[in-house]
Design a protein around this ligand. Structure first.
Ligand SMILES: [Zn+2]
Length: 294
């Protein structure tokens, strides 16, 4: 072996050693990230807010898809096959594919945020909503109930990754403070409209409405748009309440919505219960409702 070859080899070896050192520096934070899944964007945002930078979050339902009809593709299921922890939203249709995911990934721990927290001291309001059974699972639309979900996320992260429990506790405490402030802010914004009614397509806002003394009137019942008789009754109610706007989730917009809006003689506007930017979005929701009920 020539001297040149030997020195080249030595050079390669030192480059390899250097690369290894870089990898070892990066690995402790990168390799240790807890793989966490969530069905919807607001919950993925809560997990990120509490867990960053020690979690890697996989959000199962893309922003523009409707949770109630969502079916993951084999590729989407495969992307979630290594999750250690999963936060279900408790929405209609979710359990069907979540069971399939659990079948692919037996060790994944599942927390259903749609069920009321066992730790809740006082009974949470359970608005009567026929679209999702006895209790509306869209609990996160009310900040006070989102706070219970943040606590459950904090607790589950701490059990799955006890080494960072203090980190999760501190970040959750800060986020909970911001939810308390948000709740107060929304209450002040909507207080003048207590007892008033707003019209929505999909009944995703019953917890929000209950929290601020409003009433949600929904077009959809049990996941279906009304038949001719239901539509006549709804039209009478809309006229009686003097409602001008049908609020629709971006995931619901389409010809069926346009036809019903025409029939009810109302305009349409957007309220998104699934926005990732949770706090800013709820501020916008409250402002839109306040403007509508003015
Ligand atoms: Zn829904």
């Amino acid at each position: 072996m020539s001297i040149a070859t030997r020195s080249l080899r030595r050079h390669h070896r030192s480059v390899a050693r250097c690369l290894l050192a870089v990898l070892l520096l990066v690995l402790p934070t990168w390799g240790a990230a807890l793989e966490v899944g969530a069905t919807i964007a607001p919950h993925a945002h809560f997990v990120e807010a509490i867990g960053s930078p020690h979690v890697r979050v996989v959000q199962m339902i893309p922003a523009q898809r409707l949770p109630e009809t969502f079916e993951p593709s084999p590729r989407e299921l495969a992307a979630a096959a290594d999750l250690e922890l999963y936060f279900a939203a408790g929405l209609a249709g979710e359990a069907r594919w979540l069971d399939r995911l659990q079948g692919l990934n037996g060790h994944m721990r599942r927390v259903d945020l749609g069920t009321p927290a066992e730790t809740a001291g006082s009974a949470a309001p359970t608005p009567d909503d026929h679209a999702h059974g006895a209790a509306d699972p869209h609990r996160w639309t009310a900040p006070a109930q989102a706070a219970r979900q943040v606590e459950r996320i904090r607790d589950a992260l701490s059990v799955a990754d006890p080494a960072h429990a203090a980190h999760y506790a501190a970040r959750a405490a800060a986020y909970l403070d911001s939810l308390t402030a948000l709740d107060r802010e929304l209450a002040i914004c909507l207080e003048p409209f207590a007892g008033r009614v707003f019209l929505v397509w999909h009944p995703a806002w019953s917890h929000f409405a209950a929290a601020y003394g409003l009433e949600q009137l929904a077009v959809e019942h049990e996941g279906k748009s009304p038949g001719p008789r239901g539509l006549i009754a709804l039209k009478q109610r809309v006229a009686r309440e003097g409602l001008h706007t049908l609020f629709v989730q971006p995931q619901n917009a389409g010809p069926a919505v346009a036809a019903v809006a025409r029939e009810l003689a109302v305009a349409t506007d957007t309220l998104d219960p699934l926005a990732a930017d949770y706090r800013q979005n709820l501020r916008m929701v409250a402002a839109r409702l306040a403007a509508e009920l003015q």
